[in-house]
Design a protein around this ligand. Structure first.
Ligand SMILES: Cc1cc2nc3c(=O)[nH]c(=O)nc-3n(C[C@H](O)[C@H](O)[C@H](O)COP(=O)(O)OP(=O)(O)OC[C@H]3O[C@@H](n4cnc5c(N)ncnc54)[C@H](O)[C@@H]3O)c2cc1C
Length: 395
């Protein structure tokens, strides 16, 4: 956004070792106007949106869209509504070789497909802020969807508020390194002996909760794996190995949120059927009056139920806590230059990973729940971990 705001085009970008881009000022072009510093959302207070957003569980009634979407497909329902009113939707799509992602604009319902589904790496937003401003200056209706910090950047870029701008962000644990993703896809291409032609990073073939990835290659081969099998998914879901360093100190994740509407996965929701847990459920936060209006407009397309915010917070730490820093991160990026991606993750995702504690507890709970224990000689005894009160067990 700072590059888009520079009046002399003096700001370019350089990649660091981890493959993240950072602004670099060309001294010969810079006129020291200070605009880039003044518009930077990092130097600003957060928004005045609702401190207690209205909270819903929701999913789109169209099953095909729901199965392709990351959670319940609320993004698509809103985006389609905006397009039907002659508006424009700004979202994130894959680049030509599926190894990078960037923000672009859609103006037809067919064109919306490219935005469906989360791409868990940093999206290139160069020039998008200028394009959004141009549309708004022409009095067009625009829905902008991105990470909370991208939405904050848009508001700072615009010179004043526009009644025809609607913003949607998502609960965000952080964006991953574009270089890591490039290395991951390149390794998959080598294994399958072909270029990739399609990637779906939240594939639901094994269900919403199983978090899967699916790829198609130009030679017709396919690849599918879930979060416990795939090294890309393990690297960021278990170890936070390649999240952008600034995401560890993110100030945009909290409530009050900056966007009009925030969406995320309703992890831990209990009151829905197994079938709905398989297809995916969104958690929706309505953060402003405008958010309330646009959400009301799409009720026909959705199944919604009102919830308490605590229910969402219970299952989703992305709204409160930043991701934990994983000690092996530096070693990972050193290795990435020397060995295939999967080997780098394998060598760094050691036993000290975040799951060990969780795993130990679940085994402990399992043992505690057993009514009997089998002893060395094969004899059965009552489980000493269980307490008995009279003849009734107390858990
Ligand atoms: C990097 C990232 C981290 C996330 N972390 C969490 C989390 O910790 N907890 C949680 O509950 N939900 C998280 N989400 C959100 C979740 O994955 C779903 O996107 C969200 O629930 C909306 O789902 P949906 O079914 O409505 O729509 P979807 O079809 O999934 O919506 C996709 C929308 O997200 C946009 N988008 C996709 N990838 C990117 C990207 N890289 N950068 C910017 N915009 C993008 C698309 O343009 C589109 O507008 C994250 C999403 C991303 C992209």
């Amino acid at each position: 956004m700072c590059a888009d705001s520079c009046p002399t085009g003096a700001i370019g970008f350089q990649f660091d070792k981890e493959g993240f881009w950072y602004p670099e000022i060309r001294k010969d072009k810079c006129i020291n106007c200070g605009k880039c510093v003044n518009v930077c959302p990092q130097n600003k207070q957060s928004s005045g949106n609702m401190k207690k957003p209205a909270v819903y569980s929701a999913w789109i009634k169209d099953d095909k869209i729901r199965m392709n979407s990351s959670s319940g497909g609320v993004f698509y329902a809103l985006a389609k509504n905006i397009i039907m009113q002659g508006g424009y939707v700004v979202g994130c799509q894959y680049g030509n070789n599926c190894k990078s992602v960037y923000h672009s604009i859609a103006h037809t319902v067919d064109d919306l497909e490219k935005f469906i589904g989360s791409k868990y790496l940093q999206s290139d937003t160069r020039r998008i802020y200028k394009k959004v401003k141009r549309l708004l200056d022409l009095n067009k209706l625009v829905l902008f969807c991105g990470t909370p910090c991208q939405v904050a950047a848009l508001y700072e870029f615009l010179p004043h508020t526009y009644s025809k701008l609607v913003t949607m962000d998502f609960f965000c644990m952080g964006v991953n390194s574009p270089k890591s993703f490039w290395a991951y896809v390149t390794e998959q291409e080598r294994i399958h002996n072909s270029d990739v032609r399609y990637i779906h990073m939240r594939n639901k073939k094994q269900g919403w909760q199983n978090f899967g990835i699916y790829m198609e290659f130009k030679n017709g081969k396919t690849f599918q794996a879930n979060k416990d099998e795939d090294f890309w998914l393990k690297g960021f879901l278990e170890y936070n190995l390649y999240i952008r360093p600034s995401c560890y100190q993110c100030k945009y994740r909290k409530i009050p949120r900056i966007a009009d509407i925030s969406v995320g996965d309703f992890w831990g929701i209990r009151t829905v059927s197994r079938q709905n847990l398989f297809k995916g459920v969104s958690a929706v936060l309505i953060n402003s009056e405008k958010g309330k209006d646009v959400f009301e407009n799409i009720q026909e397309q959705l199944k919604c139920k009102s919830y308490d915010l605590q229910e969402v917070l219970k299952g989703n730490s992305a709204l409160e806590k930043p991701p934990a820093y994983f000690e092996q991160r530096e070693k990972f990026f050193d290795l990435l230059y020397r060995v295939p991606f999967s080997k780098a993750v394998r060598k760094c995702g050691t036993k000290q990973n975040n799951r060990t504690e969780e795993w130990r507890k679940s085994i402990e709970n399992f043992i505690n729940e057993l009514p009997y224990m089998v002893m060395g000689g094969g004899s059965k005894v009552r489980n000493p971990h269980k307490m008995y009160k009279g003849r009734k067990m107390v858990r």
